[in-house]
Design a protein around this ligand. Structure first.
Ligand code: 8Y7
Length: 295
C-alpha cells in the first residue's frame, strides 16, 4: 500500500499527513490564527475574559474560521511580537493545551501548535495537534528531539535572533541568500536527526528580524525559497511591512493583507497564515482557479 507520506510534496496530488489527517497541498490552503495570548501583535487578548483565557471565545472564533474554509488552525500561547516578554513553559502549557483539547473535541480541522517549547510539543501531540509550527525552527534545546518523537510534520521558520531583540538592527548582506542558506541547513539538520523530508515545511519568516525592504525582497524572490523543494508557508497577515508602504493601522490592513497573500500564493506558497480567513479563502480561490487553466 502506498501511503500519503510516501507521495510527499511536489507535483499535483501533493500533501502532508498530519497525524492521520490529510493536508491537501495541491492548492493554497488557509491557516487561521488563534492567539491564546493576552498580548499578541495584532489581536492581543481578544480571546480573554477578565484576564483569563475563554475557551468559549476560542471555540467561537474557531467555528467562524472553520466555517469560512480554514483547513488548519494555528494555536499559539507565546507572543512573538517584537520586544515581547518570554512566557514560562508552564504558562504556555496552561494556555495552549486546554485550547487544543477543546478544539480537537469539537472540530476535524488540522490543529497546528505554534511553539518552540519541547514540553508543549509533547503535550500538544497527545492533545491532538497535527502540526508543529516553530518560529525558532526547532533550535531550542530538546525541540528537535521532541518534534521527531511526536511524529508530526513541522514548519521551520527563519528568524534572526530572538523576538526581544530581532528588530533592533536587522542586517543582511543578501537577505534572500541568507534565508535560503539557513532554511536549507535546518532542513538538513532535521533530516539528519530523523525527521522525514515529507514532514518538513519551510517559511521565510516575514517580519522576524527583517526591515520592510527585507520582507519585500523575500516576497519578490519567494521562488528561491520554494526552490528548496519543500512546501512553503507564508505569514503576511497585517504585518508592519504593510504600514511601511501605506501607513494603515492594524484594523485597516485587510486589503493589503489579501494582496500579499495572493502574491505569495501565486508564487507558489501553499499555506497562508492569516487572521481574516473568510476573505483570504476567497482571494486564494482566484489563485486556484487561475492555476487550473495554466498550461
Ligand atoms: C508567523 C508565525 C507569527 C509567520 C509562521 C504575526 C507564529 C506574528 N508569524 N508562524 N507566527 N510564520 N510559521 O504577526 O510568519 O502573526 S506571529
Amino acid at each position: 500500500m502506498t501511503t500519503h507520506a510516501e507521495i510527499g510534496a511536489g507535483a499535483d496530488g501533493a500533501g502532508i499527513d498530519c497525524a492521520g489527517q490529510w493536508l491537501d497541498l495541491s492548492r493554497p490552503q488557509v491557516m487561521g490564527i488563534l492567539n491564546v495570548t493576552p498580548d499578541s501583535f495584532s489581536d492581543g487578548g481578544a480571546l480573554f475574559d477578565d484576564g483569563r483565557l475563554s475557551l468559549d471565545k476560542v471555540l467561537e472564533q474557531a467555528e467562524f474560521m472553520v466555517a469560512s474554509g480554514a483547513t488548519i488552525l494555528d494555536v499559539g500561547g507565546e507572543s512573538t511580537r517584537p520586544g515581547a516578554t518570554p512566557v514560562s513553559p508552564v504558562e504556555e502549557l496552561d494556555r495552549v493545551i486546554p485550547a487544543i483539547e477543546a478544539l480537537r473535541a469539537r472540530f476535524d480541522t488540522i490543529l497546528s501548535v505554534d511553539t518552540s517549547t519541547p514540553t508543549v510539543m509533547e503535550a500538544a501531540t497527545v492533545a491532538g495537534a497535527g502540526l508543529i509550527n516553530d518560529v525558532r525552527a526547532l533550535r531550542r534545546e530538546g525541540a528537535l528531539q521532541a518534534a521527531l518523537a511526536s511524529g508530526l510534520p513541522v514548519c521551520l521558520m527563519h528568524m534572526a535572533e530572538e523576538p526581544a531583540t530581532m528588530q533592533d538592527h536587522p542586517r543582511y548582506e543578501d537577505v534572500v541568500d541568507e534565508v535560503v542558506v539557513f532554511l536549507r541547513q535546518r532542513l538538513e539538520d532535521c533530516m539528519e536527526a530523523g525527521i522525514p523530508r515529507a514532514r518538513i515545511l519551510l517559511d521565510p519568516g516575514f517580519g522576524f528580524g527583517k526591515t520592510a525592504a527585507h520582507n519585500y525582497a523575500l516576497l519578490a524572490q519567494l521562488q528561491d525559497i520554494i526552490g528548496i523543494g519543500q512546501p512553503v508557508l507564508a505569514g503576511l497577515s497585517r504585518k508592519s511591512m504593510i504600514a511601511a508602504e501605506i501607513h494603515r493601522n492594524m484594523d485597516r490592513r485587510l486589503p493589503a493583507s489579501l494582496a500579499l497573500a495572493t502574491l505569495a500564493a501565486s508564487k507558489g506558497a501553499r499555506i497562508l497564515r492569516v487572521h481574516d480567513v473568510r476573505e483570504t479563502v476567497d482571494a486564494l480561490a482566484m489563485v486556484a482557479a487561475t492555476e487550473r487553466y495554466a498550461r
